[in-house]
Design a protein around this ligand. Sequence first.
Ligand code: ZN
Length: 160
Amino acid sequence: MALRTIRIEGDPILNKTSKEVTKMTLRTEALIDDMLDTMYEAMGVGLAAPQVGILKRIVVVDVGDGPIILINPVILEASGEQSGDEGCLSVPGKAGLVTRPEYVKVKALDENMKEVVYEGEGLLARAFCHEIDHLDGHLYTELVEGELHDVNYDEEDDEE
Ligand code: ZN
C-alpha cells in the first residue's frame, strides 16, 4: 500500500489537461493501486490521476459499490439534472452546490485495457462527471452556484 500526496487547489497541475493512456505498464498499474489506496485513506468517492500529480487520463471511483477504474473515459450520454452539494479531495473542508446530469453513460478502458461501459445515476453520475472534469483541468469550484461552504467533519467518525 502506498499513499500519494493529494494536490490542493492552487497547484497548477490541477488545471492541466491529462494525456491518454496508450498501454498498461507496471508503473501505471502501481499508480492505479496507489490512487485507490489514497482515495480510501482520504474517505473520498473518487480520485483522478492529476490530483496525485500525474497527467494521465485515469480515474478511480467508489460510491460504496466497489472500485471502478476508468482509463481514457468518455461520456457517451447524459440526461436529467440533479443539484446537490459536491466536494473534492483537492479542496479540503469545503463543499458547494453543483448541478450535474442525473444519468451518464461512460465508455472507458479498464486496468486490462479492455473496453468497459458504465451507467451511473445519482452520486455515481456526479462522481463520473466530477472526476472526468479533472482530466481536462477543471475543478467543481468553477461550477458552484453561490458560495463554497465549510464542511465540519465529526472527528469521532474518523476513529475506527
Ligand atoms: Zn475532485
